[in-house]
Structures are given as structure tokens and as C-alpha cells.
Design a protein around this ligand. Structure first.
Ligand SMILES: NC(=O)c1ccc[n+]([C@@H]2O[C@H](COP(=O)([O-])OP(=O)(O)OC[C@H]3O[C@@H](n4cnc5c(N)ncnc54)[C@H](OP(=O)(O)O)[C@@H]3O)[C@@H](O)[C@H]2O)c1
Length: 325
């Protein structure tokens, strides 16, 4: 690794962390090296990263000492937590605490914390517009990340708070793609009314994060939101129709109906979409498309993402399953 600045990447075999690793490794002359953290260095994804030039280090985020060892000597740390592995906001907070402690212990010079809004700032617990979940959350997987921001601030860590967006890969991997209805038509289903959903190719999160590490001081202490497009359900359906060569319609259900779909996480996601719908201007406003493209000029649009990935979208019959957001 020589005198390259090491970036320790959590979730390195996953969507966000994997994108960070690939963005850095592709830029061989950029002065940065990747330390890819994984529970299983023997996995195919870990081996692939090693082949591309990453140092692969075994770590369990739940084991604070292993994380401290893994962050040692790193210039930067990309920190992401894994809500959908356990569905527990408390566990997500504990993961973030371990990362912040390890970053402090290692004296890391730049942390990127992949976060989301604490929706309770917009919809307090007593607000009955959406149900309170797990006793004290509105959108558990958002709220825990937003609440965890302070774990980085309180430790005076040089942090960039990165607000991510809905991955379009949810249409491929998480059962959010078009489904054939009883009437034979294809539908995508979201409880967003006519409001816009900021979306992104997950690989672009990594490219943006790398740009933030490179710009360093400009972004320390800042909150940065990124998206590749802001699209209504109708606009997404029109783009899907074009890419798939068959008509896809938008099925705009209510958040109540979505929450009742019964898959694991349906209530959390129903509240999440309601939040994005009801606070569209704040949510989209925090994820400027112009800024996102300045940061990452190759940021994909939904159309360009579909051109490359449309044939990976399964068309299924049946009910919705959980998104990984
Ligand atoms: N889907 C969306 O639209 C969306 C949008 C915005 C934000 N998010 C957020 O993104 C987060 C997940 O990030 P992702 O999508 O990049 O994840 P991912 O693709 O599911 O990958 C997560 C990676 O984390 C690693 N991991 C899990 N538990 C670990 C542990 N205890 N110790 C060490 N490594 C562990 C796993 O690596 P190994 O198996 O190799 O250890 C796995 O490859 C979630 O919190 C979600 O809320 C999702």
C-alpha cells in the first residue's frame, strides 16, 4: 500500500461499501488504498475485491475490538450499518457506536457516515399521521441512522453525513419490480401519490463517497445528499415501459394499504414512503441532482441505469416483498 491513504470500508462486500471499494480501486493513481472489511474473507465477493487490489480484513462490526483493529492506521472510514440483516434499530445504533468508537480510537482523519433522516423531527412520536413502530420510531431504519449522527458528532470525529437514496436495484433484488396484476397488466406499487421519489444506482453511492474522501476538508462536518433522479411513480412506470418494451403502470396505493401488505418490514417501508410523500420538498431538496452530478459527474439517471440493468429486472406475479432500503 506504500504511502497511499487507506480507506477502511465497512459493508465492503455489499452494495454501498462495494461501490466505494471499486471506485477507489479503479483509480489506481489516485493515492488511496482500500481496506475491505468483511466477516468472511473467503467469500467470492471478498476474493473478487482482493483480486482488484484491496486488502481484505476479517471483522465483525458487532465485535468492537475487531473493528478497532481493522480501523488502525486508516486515513478514512466508510461507515454503513445493516438494518435489514436484523430489523433492529437498537442494534443499528450499537453498530454505529462501535464504528464511531473505532474511528476515534484510530484517529481517523475523515469518516463518511451513511445516514438517513430521523423522521421524528418531521413527525414526532405523538403525531398520529403515521403509526409509531417498535415503541419509539416512525421509520425505524431511518430514525436509527439519523439518531446515530450524534454518535459521530459527540466524539468530534471529522465526519461527512451522507444522505443516500432509494436504490433502483430494489426493483431487481427486493421484490419491488413490476408485478402482473389480476387484470394481466404490469404494475409497480408505491404509496407515493404523485410525489417524487429520489433514486440512485447503488454503485453511484460509492463513487460519490470516493469523491467526498478526495475533496476531504470541503465536506468535513457537512451533510451531503445524493440522488440520480427524482421521479414520480408515473415517470418510473413510463421509463420502465420503454426499457422493458411492455407497458408498466403505476399502482398508487395508500400508505395504510402498503403497511398492511404483510411482508417483513412492510410497516416500516409504508411509513418511509409516506414520509417521502408528505415531505417531498424537504426530502428531494436535501438530495439536489445538480450537486450530485457535480460531485459524481458519471451519476446515472434512471433511464441510463435501466439501459444497463433493465434485463435483470424480474417480472413476477404475486404480492410485494420487502425492499432492502
Ligand atoms: N436498499 C435501499 O434502497 C437503501 C437505500 C438507502 C440506504 N440503505 C441502507 O443501506 C444499508 C445496507 O447497506 P448495503 O445495501 O450496502 O448492504 P448489503 O448490500 O446488504 O451488504 C451489507 C454487507 O454488510 C456486511 N455485514 C453485515 N453484517 C455485518 C457484521 N456484523 N459485521 C461485518 N460486516 C457485516 C456483509 O458483509 P459480509 O457478509 O461479507 O460480512 C454484507 O455484504 C441498510 O442499513 C439500509 O437501510 C438501503
Amino acid at each position: 500500500m506504500g504511502d497511499k491513504k487507506i480507506i477502511a470500508v465497512t459493508g465492503a462486500t455489499g452494495a454501498q461499501g462495494g461501490g466505494v471499494c471499486r471506485a477507489i480501486l479503479k483509480d489506481a493513481g489516485g493515492g488511496y488504498a482500500v481496506r475491505a472489511l468483511t466477516r468472511n474473507p473467503g467469500s467470492d465477493k471478498a476474493k473478487e475485491l482482493k483480486k482488484l487490489g484491496a486488502e481484505v480484513v476479517e471483522v465483525d462490526i458487532d465485535d468492537a475490538e475487531s473493528l478497532k483493529r481493522a480501523f488502525r492506521g486508516a486515513h478514512g472510514a466508510f461507515c454503513v450499518t445493516f438494518f435489514w440483516e436484523h430489523f433492529s434499530p437498537e442494534k443499528e445504533l450499537a453498530e454505529a457506536r462501535n464504528m464511531a468508537d473505532a474511528a476515534k480510537h484510530a484517529g481517523v482523519r475523515h469518516v463518511i457516515w451513511s445516514t438517513l433522516e430521523d423522521t421524528r423531527k418531521w413527525v414526532p412520536i405523538g403525531d398520529r399521521r403515521m403509526p409509531t413502530l417498535m415503541g419509539k420510531y416512525k421509520v425505524p431504519h431511518f430514525d436509527a441512522k439519523g439518531e446515530a449522527n450524534r454518535l459521530f458528532s459527540e466524539r468530534d470525529l471529522p465526519t461527512t453525513f451522507l444522505l443516500t437514496s432509494f436504490y433502483w436495484e430494489n426493483l431487481i433484488h427486493f421484490g419491488m419490480g413490476p408485478k402482473r396484476g389480476e387484470d394481466g397488466n404490469l404494475y409497480i406499487t408505491f404509496p407515493m401519490g404523485d410525489k417524487k421519489l429520489p433514486g440512485i444506482a447503488s454503485e453511484d453511492i460509492g463513487k460519490s463517497a470516493y469523491a467526498i474522501f478526495r475533496k476531504g476538508d470541503d465536506f468535513i462536518g457537512k451533510t451531503v445528499g445524493i440522488a440520480g433522479d427524482h421521479l414520480t411513480g408515473d415517470q418510473m412506470a413510463a421509463a420502465l415501459s420503454k426499457a422493458l418494451g411492455q407497458e408498466v403502470r403505476y399502482n398508487a396505493v395508500s400508505p395504510e394499504v402498503y403497511r398492511g401488505l404483510g411482508f417483513p418490514g412492510a410497516e416500516d417501508l409504508g411509513n418511509m414512503f409516506q414520509f417521502k410523500r408528505d415531505f417531498e420538498s424537504d426530502f428531494c431538496g436535501a438530495r439536489s441532482l445538480g450537486f450530485s452530478r457535480t460531485l459524481n459527474p458519471s451519476m446515472q439517471t434512471f433511464e441510463s441505469w435501466l439501459a444497463e440493468n433493465g434485463d435483470r429486472i424480474p417480472i413476477e406475479k404475486g404480492s410485494l416483498r420487502a425492499s432492502g432500503e
